[in-house]
Design a protein around this ligand. Structure first.
Ligand SMILES: Nc1ncnc2c1ncn2[C@@H]1O[C@H](COP(=O)(O)OP(=O)(O)O)[C@@H](O)[C@H]1O
Ligand SMILES: [Mg+2]
Length: 277
């Protein structure tokens, strides 16, 4: 039998208690092990609700959710072991007096033996680039550092799947970069579902899911999304200036580039070179 998909949803619907309108309706998709999949769409589109259903924080109203073949509501242990979730606010979840205790928190709850715990905590702190921060107090850290501590706490638990709910939206540019760099390093090892409002964070994703009004309205390659003005506009998605400029210049838009990269490409094509011939 082939391996079950890492994440699989079929005709998934959910309404919050007391709400007439469903927050999610008829959502179906699959994510294979090792894929990096983006999730975008306007506020209230159902992105966070979807992630909560995937990790078992909420139970499906109808339809099915499977995580490596397991149902989060009837097999919570199997699912919790495989799924780690990172939230928007880096303040949430940092509870312990020192960074190393925070990262160890989940492992302590699992009753992992001391020696193994120490090794896993050290490995996770190194993986997010915070070696030397073990005895720092979390409240003295920058937003990007706090978010990396939270990520280390997840990594220590060795999940196969990372669910990221706008993990960079409350960070400044430097903090965003730090967190994104660490996430990029994890792509080959983990299956990742990344909710974000920044399309440029998803240019090298394997696919992008677009959610609007509780429905999955598109499941496309990044290149398809950024070159489809109607799909973008219908879902209130705005291309960042760098992408608009590249696309206006007729350059391949999908390529991840910095403003400096783009400047070099423009210089390379500039009319002065033509005149000089
Ligand atoms: N705890 C809640 N109780 C009631 N309704 C909620 C709750 N959380 C979200 N909703 C509603 O569910 C819908 C989807 O919200 P959400 O999943 O948070 O969207 P997104 O993450 O895409 O912004 C929205 O209409 C929102 O108002
Ligand atoms: Mg949300």
């Amino acid at each position: 039998m082939p391996d079950p998909a890492s994440i699989s949803c079929e005709d998934l619907s959910y309404a919050y208690p007391g709400e007439a309108e469903p927050a999610l309706s008829g959502v179906g998709f699959e994510v294979r092990a090792g894929e990096y999949v983006g999730v975008v769409g306007p506020n209230g589109g159902g992105k966070s609700t979807l992630l909560r259903l995937l990790n078992g924080l909420l139970a499906a109203g109808s339809g099915t959710v499977r995580i490596a073949g397991h149902d989060p509501t009837t097999e919570p242990f199997e699912v919790r072991q495989r799924v780690g979730m990172l939230f928007q606010n880096p303040e949430n979840g940092l509870v312990a007096p020192f960074v190393e205790d925070d990262v160890a928190f989940g492992l302590e709850n699992l009753g992992v033996p001391r020696g193994e715990m120490r090794a896993r905590v050290r490995g996770a702190i190194e993986a997010v680039g915070l070696a030397g921060y073990e005895r720092r107090e979390p409240h003295t850290l920058s937003g990007g550092e706090k978010q990396r501590v939270a990520l280390a706490g997840l990594l220590a638990l060795e999940p196969e799947i990372l669910l990221l709910d706008e993990p960079t939206s409350m960070l400044d540019a430097a903090g965003r970069r730090e967190v994104l760099d660490r996430l990029r390093g994890l792509r080959r090892e983990k299956t990742i579902l990344h909710v974000t409002h920044h399309l440029e964070e998803l240019l090298d994703a394997d696919r992008i899911l677009v959610m609007n009004g509780g429905e999955l309205v598109a499941d496309v390659y990044p290149a398809q999304l950024i070159s489809d003005p109607d799909l973008l506009a219908r879902n209130y998605l705005v291309l960042p200036p760098l992408l608009r400029l590249a696309s206006g210049l007729g350059l391949e838009a999908k390529k991840p580039r910095t403003p400096e990269d783009l400047a070099r490409e423009i210089q390379h094509r500039s009319p002065r070179r033509t005149e000089a011939r």
